[in-house]
Design a binder for this molecule. Structure first.
Ligand SMILES: Cc1ncc(COP(=O)(O)O)c(C=O)c1O
Length: 378
């Protein structure tokens, strides 16, 4: 059914010959902006490109510093280096695995110098932005991040690549991932809760000036045609991807809810084994939307043995992420050392993502739980 609908939509795009941007992308931008409670959506060629685009549109570049987490997918920091700014890492919270806001404040207070022109790192970089990642589908502490960024006059950019639709409690309301910062972005990489048939991403913002810049910079800074006010790039979304995403978008809530139900069965089935299980700090006020479980990640010091045992039984698992970013070879010249971010380093040694996708059957999941219980009973 869904397959037929998508194929029909793809055929329509082919017939229209409008392959880049166009009405399908416009419709998706509106729907995602609306869904997240943001005023504008800007479709991009990937989540990575969405982040490069935001950094460029905010004028972040050489001489600037951007603070982020070392425990995330590479692109969160890779994009900062690509615009020739310098990433500074702050360790994660051991329960949520998201950027620790107390540690962020400590970094700003003890490692930075404030003057009339703003905040500078000791080595002279202008601190411009903070990029939290809503890891595995759980929002970072957005209320606290908003407060700290406001206080220190920093741009908050949300890496919501894994968290489309995740809610965060804000007083007596709930806010959606991506909508709190100056800008937020999503990835539609095929394995995401909403996945395209290739690469695609999207930026949301409620700032009209920034939205305009993002729209122009996404297309080589071109406005009007063949006149360039600024150097942007080709960060445009394909209409074929937009068509797929629009059709699948109608199922997102249901799919994310299913993921949450699967997560609940893991939570109860794996309780009492002494392994670290995902936390749901926003459940009381946000219900199942408080964690959309892009991944279900457990922690155990016996991670590698458990993974091998599960693999032997035909259970596929994955490690997100085996090496924190400050320890990556390409970032050696940032000057970090092993031991600088102990929580991220420990988590990288212990984390294991279990199978979670809407189509996972009860029997398949019961087998995974049984195999894990057998492993710990040995
Ligand atoms: C946390 C995070 N940030 C950024 C990205 C980059 O998105 P994309 O793969 O669409 O470029 C991803 C996705 O893979 C991600 O998981």
């Amino acid at each position: 059914m869904l397959r037929t609908e998508i194929l029909t939509d793809l055929e329509q795009v082919c017939e229209s010959q409008a392959f880049i941007l166009g009405p399908k992308v416009g419709e998706l931008e509106e729907r995602i902006a609306d869904f997240t409670g943001s005023k504008f959506g800007i479709g991009t060629s990937s989540g990575t490109d969405a982040q490069v685009l935001i950094l460029m549109a905010l004028g972040i570049g050489p001489g600037d510093a951007v603070i982020t987490t070392p425990f995330t997918f590479f692109s969160t920091a890779g994009t900062i280096v690509r615009v020739r700014a310098k990433p500074f890492f702050v360790d994660i919270d051991p329960a949520s695995l998201n950027l620790s806001v107390p540690k962020l404040e400590e970094f700003l207070k003890t490692e930075c110098v404030t003057s009339e022109s703003g905040v500078r790192t000791r080595d002279g970089f202008n601190v411009r932005a903070v990029i939290p990642v809503h890891l595995f589908g759980l929002c970072a502490d957005l209320a606290e991040l908003r407060r700290v960024c406001h206080q220190w006059k920093l741009s908050l950019i949300e890496d919501a690549a894994q968290a489309l639709g995740a809610l965060f409690p804000d007083g007596d309301r709930q806010i959606k991932a991506g909508s709190v910062g100056a800008a937020g972005f999503f990835s539609f990489y095929p394995t995401k809760n909403l996945g395209a048939f290739g690469d695609a991403g999207l930026v949301v913002t409620s700032d009209p000036d920034l939205a305009k810049k993002l729209q122009v910079m996404r297309n080589h800074g071109m406005e009007p045609k063949y006149y360039h006010e600024a150097v942007g790039g080709n960060f445009r979304m394909d209409a074929l991807q937009a068509a797929v995403l629009l059709r699948k978008f109608g199922h997102l809530e249901n799919w994310s809810k299913k993921r949450w139900s699967i997560a609940q069965r893991y939570q109860s089935g794996l309780a009492g084994l002494g392994i670290g299980l995902p936390v749901e700090p926003y459940h009381e006020s946000c219900g199942w939307r408080g964690h959309i479980y892009h991944q279900f990640v457990i922690r155990t010091p016996q991670r590698d043995q458990l993974r091998a045992a599960l693999n032997e039984q035909g259970v596929g698992t994955e490690i997100y992420y085996p090496l924190p970013l400050h320890q990556q070879r390409c970032f050696q010249d940032l000057g970090y050392r092993t031991g600088d971010f102990p929580i991220a380093e420990q988590t990288a040694k212990e984390c294991l993502a279990l199978p979670i996708f809407p189509e996972l059957t009860d029997d398949e999941q019961a087998m995974v739980i049984l195999k894990i219980r057998e492993f710990f009973a040995r």
